[in-house]
Design a protein around this ligand. Structure first.
Ligand code: AMP
Length: 284
């Protein structure tokens, strides 16, 4: 596996691959890789001729400087994992490469930048959209792979891809979980064993929410019930729980049989912020 750190080198490699008509798959990450990320890499390998995984902790998507400085960066470990997964290139740029211009660019996405993650992390998706646009322009991938754990991010990137005519084939990959249901996350590395058994409370609250919806409870009742479940887990602090349409992420106030929905949750365990979601079709 090649490890490339500068844009000129990766562009050179890409243009060689394009000349050979090879299909390129990109997996953008911020490192601290786990099975979730590696599942994306394997999918890329299945679908494309060459797989690039970018590892870049993008400063413009952090609205909290402590979160940025605490973000884990086990780069040597990450490179070993990528090599073992059969990745062709790890692209690990530095800030001076990615943000050579001190740009003031802001990107917004209507209601998608007003709800859930966007509401609690102002500017986050503008930063995500910027870095993904930069990566798409540098790498010009045929396919790009994203986790549905970051559901709102996936929707935003889909809009970006269409609006700016990147013409990348996007693939949303289902959330990879620990055996107890905890969604894998780089941030879980900051949790002790005991804290992980509490963090699973967010997933338990989501599955409880699904049961309540299928029992024909109202959105208001489900929200109250989910809040109660979270409060049963010591130290878990709920930021939001939202029931939204799975296709447009618009919050719903009433559920109809057969509706395709996403139940989305976010909150803190101590200083560690966690998010999760499940997608359901209401069955009542
Ligand atoms: P991150 O490094 O957290 O920015 O994540 C990089 C990519 O991996 C994003 O597209 C995430 O949605 C995806 N990802 C993170 N955790 C998981 C998971 N547990 N299952 C599937 N994909 C994931």
């Amino acid at each position: 596996m090649e490890v490339l750190r500068d844009i000129v080198s990766i562009k050179r490699m890409i243009s060689e691959w394009k000349k050979q008509d090879l299909q390129i798959g990109l997996v953008p990450t911020m490192g601290a890789l786990h099975e979730g990320h590696l599942t994306l890499v394997r999918k890329a390998k299945d679908l494309a001729d060459r797989t690039i995984c970018s590892i870049y902790v993008n400063p413009s998507q952090f609205n909290n400087p402590t979160d940025l400085s605490n973000y884990p960066r086990p780069i040597e470990d990450d490179l070993k994992k990528l090599e073992a997964a059969g990745c062709d290139v790890a692209f690990c740029p530095v800030d001076a490469e990615m943000y050579a211009e001190n740009d003031k660019l802001e990107i917004t996405f209507g209601h998608l930048t007003e709800i859930m993650e966007a509401k609690y992390r102002p500017g986050h998706f503008s930063g995500v959209a910027k870095v993904v646009s930069k990566l798409f322009n540098i790498i010009r991938p045929d396919h790009a792979f994203f986790g549905l754990k970051d559901l709102q991010q996936f929707h935003i990137i889909s809009v970006l891809n269409r609006a700016l005519h990147f013409d990348v084939q996007l693939h949303g990959i289902p959330t990879v979980r620990e055996a107890d249901g905890l969604a894998m996350s780089s941030r879980n590395g900051r949790l002790s064993f005991e804290e992980k058994t509490l963090a699973v409370g967010f997933y338990k609250a989501l599955t409880h929410g699904k049961t309540c919806l299928n029992d024909d409870q109202t959105v208001k009742q489900v929200k109250r019930s989910v809040k109660n479940i979270v409060s049963e887990f010591k130290d878990l602090e709920l930021e939001y729980f939202e029931i939204v349409g799975a296709n447009d992420l618009k919050p719903v106030t009433k559920v109809h049989p057969g509706d395709e929905l996403a139940l989305c949750i976010a909150g803190y365990l101590g200083e560690v912020r966690l998010i999760d979601n499940i997608q359901i079709k209401s069955e009542f």
